[in-house]
Design a protein around this ligand. Structure first.
Ligand SMILES: [Zn+2]
Length: 146
């Protein structure tokens, strides 16, 4: 299974084998740099294509014949964006889910109450969302969520 852990193990073995072959038989040393490039391409693919489940298992589709989508907004409530989003959703008669950051609720209680009053779903997106959260390891993400 192509995932982050197996990719790391595979490339470490390849790198060790490459170094051994280089020492034993010799070949142009720049071939060693092909491994990190290949590694970066695979990790980039895992980041770009969320449905690959490269880092963690993610549900991004449902087995249904209905033409439906789920809309969610992360990192709010935000004074600058959330009221406008709520207005657009209201105009279009669309419901969504708002994954809120606990520390951003203080001072934006009225916006959050409006989200609830409009019938949207409110979800937890941690209490404090670190700027580099998206680059955390799967293990650290799981620890952060508990
Ligand atoms: Zn976020």
């Amino acid at each position: 299974m192509l995932n982050f852990r197996n990719t790391n193990i595979f490339f470490i073995i390849l790198l060790a084998a490459g170094i051994g072959i280089y020492i034993q038989y010799g070949f142009p040393f720049y071939f060693i740099f092909l491994l990190p490039i290949a590694y970066c391409l695979i990790v980039f693919w895992g980041c770009y294509y969320v449905g690959s489940n490269f880092f963690i298992t993610i549900v991004c589709k449902a087995n249904t014949a209905n033409k439906e989508i789920a809309i969610s907004f992360d990192d709010g409530p935000a004074t600058l964006f959330t009221p406008g989003i709520l207005q657009v959703l209201k105009n279009e008669h669309v419901k969504a889910t708002f994954f809120c950051i606990g520390s951003r609720i203080a001072g934006n209680e009225a916006i959050l109450k409006q989200v609830h009053a409009d019938g949207h779903i409110i979800g937890n997106h941690s209490y404090s969302h670190h700027f580099w959260f998206d680059l955390y390891s799967a293990k650290k993400c799981r620890m952060t969520w508990h």
